[in-house]
Design a protein around this ligand. Structure first.
Ligand SMILES: [Cu+2]
Length: 174
């Protein structure tokens, strides 16, 4: 009897000790972001036609959304997020984009419905740099506070020079 109790105690103790590891493995057992096209924080040289995201686990066929917005917050996806039929493991989501997206930074917000009943969310950005829109003019080397003073100085010295030249001319003529 005493021995049985001890074994039970040992099992209980071992279970308690294992708890953090069990909960950690459960926490890892979600459909997390693995990779995407375009890649997170990546730059593409042509406007992509769709976003593809691969997750670590199987997803439900419904309840997944990928939303893509441009730098102004305008939605640029077509709201047709589906499981990628080319992935027999059902781990890939796909959404199509408006054609001919211009250069800029885009944000991808995703929410998935894992087959295990857990839902995960995340976001990443990517940049289109295809040269389709003129790049923004480079910022002047001087800061905004200094620039007016430099302009004023240049104008001032220019005026002084002209004034000096005119005066010399007038003095010569007289
Ligand atoms: Cu899970």
């Amino acid at each position: 009897m005493l021995l049985v109790l001890r074994i039970r105690h040992i099992i209980a103790l071992l279970t308690l000790l294992m708890m953090p590891f069990i909960s950690t493995s459960l926490a890892l057992a979600h459909a997390d972001y693995v990779s995407s096209e375009p890649p997170a924080d990546g730059t593409v040289t042509a406007a992509p036609e769709r976003i593809v995201i691969v997750f670590s686990q199987e997803l439900k066929p419904e309840g997944n959304t990928i939303r893509v917005t441009d730098a102004r917050g305008n939605q640029v996806d077509r709201g047709d997020t589906t499981l990628n039929r080319n992935d027999p493991n059902r781990k890939t989501l796909i959404v199509s984009l408006n054609p001919g997206l211009s250069d800029g930074v885009y944000t991808v917000n995703w929410k998935n419905a894992g087959a295990d009943g857990h839902s995960e969310t995340g976001r990443f950005r990517f940049t289109i740099s295809a040269g389709t829109t003129p790049a923004a003019a480079p910022l002047p080397a001087t800061s905004g506070a200094e620039a007016p003073w430099l302009a004023l100085l240049a104008t001032g010295s220019g005026a002084l020079l002209i004034g000096w030249a005119l005066r010399r001319r007038v003095m010569r003529q007289s």
